[in-house]
Design a binder for this molecule. Structure first.
Ligand SMILES: [Zn+2]
Length: 118
């Protein structure tokens, strides 16, 4: 095994199914094939990396998500022969990004008054 000094991550490394970049598994969102609230086949986010079965790994960003959807990476990675709805993952990514935004800005900075001037 060749030694590469440019991979400092100590844990397991996975390839993002969106941008195809290798990254530490802990930085990637694991996605598994499951079902949505109505029992239909769906992609299910597995942020705890605990769901059994085959998983696909993705940077938790909209960019990589859209890349993966466009190249149909999930059915291939998950060996799924059926179409998998992506709404659960989209919701998960949106909530992550909202969380990041509210952490980077001060959470109570939004003006809640002053909209009545007209
Ligand atoms: Zn990526």
């Amino acid at each position: 095994m060749a030694t590469t000094s440019d991979t400092p991550a100590p844990g397991p490394v996975r390839t993002c199914v969106g941008c195809r970049t290798r990254a530490a598994a802990s930085e990637l969102l694991r996605v598994v094939a499951g079902s949505d609230a109505e029992g239909r086949p769906a992609l299910v986010p597995d942020p705890q990396h605990r769901a059994p079965g085959r998983g696909a790994h993705l940077h938790p960003t909209t960019e990589c998500w859209q890349l993966a959807v466009r190249r149909r990476a999930f059915p291939r990675a998950l060996r799924s022969g059926v179409a998998l709805a992506g709404a659960l993952v989209e919701d998960h990514l949106a909530s992550i990004q909202q969380h990041q935004n509210s952490q980077s800005d001060s959470p109570h900075h939004r003006p809640e008054t002053g909209a009545r001037s007209s």
